[in-house]
Design a protein around this ligand. Sequence first.
Ligand SMILES: Cc1cc2nc3c(=O)[nH]c(=O)nc-3n(C[C@H](O)[C@H](O)[C@H](O)COP(=O)(O)O)c2cc1C
Length: 174
Amino acid sequence: MSNETLKTISDRRSNRSYKPEQITKDELDALLKAAVEAPSARNAQPWFFSVVQDVALLDEINEDIAMNTQKEKRDVFYGAPTVIFISGDDTNRWAALDSGIAVENIALAATSLGLGSVILGYPDHSLLGPKKDYFAKKLKFPEGTSFTIAIAVGYAKDTKAAHEVKGEKIAYVK
Ligand SMILES: Cc1cc2nc3c(=O)[nH]c(=O)nc-3n(C[C@H](O)[C@H](O)[C@H](O)COP(=O)(O)O)c2cc1C
């Protein structure tokens, strides 16, 4: 069985190489619309979306990650021109899950528009680290929220095959 939505789900990939050109305002608006249209537990919408297109700020986060992980500095955003950071309400026990649903909405919307994306958990090494409050302010996270997940978006340079499904993941319980 196939349709446009199922094809978009199948076509999504994590892209780790991007052209330098910025996505359009219309594309960004469409991604953010898809984000806020996501379902959330009790419709609490316990999320906030911070759009970053400032290379210097992304570099500062890369620097901080390198320091906190004691690893060589690398671009954890893969040169993507736009990164959307999601922060979740600290008091909402579904905030991480709801953020995950919202971020997948963004990823699928990106695929549907011909954009590449990659969901990023790794910035937690900075955004939940010793400089958490400093970066929360820079990223305009509302008070009482913390980083949950991010997604880098842009025009992808790389292509790859779909990931293989590992092992038996489905049981039919009768
Ligand atoms: C919650 C989550 C966190 C992730 N964090 C990272 C990350 O920090 N860096 C990265 O390169 N990929 C990250 N990924 C992408 C996964 O590595 C990727 O989804 C997986 O390898 C399957 O590949 P595919 O997305 O192309 O199907 C993350 C994915 C998820 C769902």
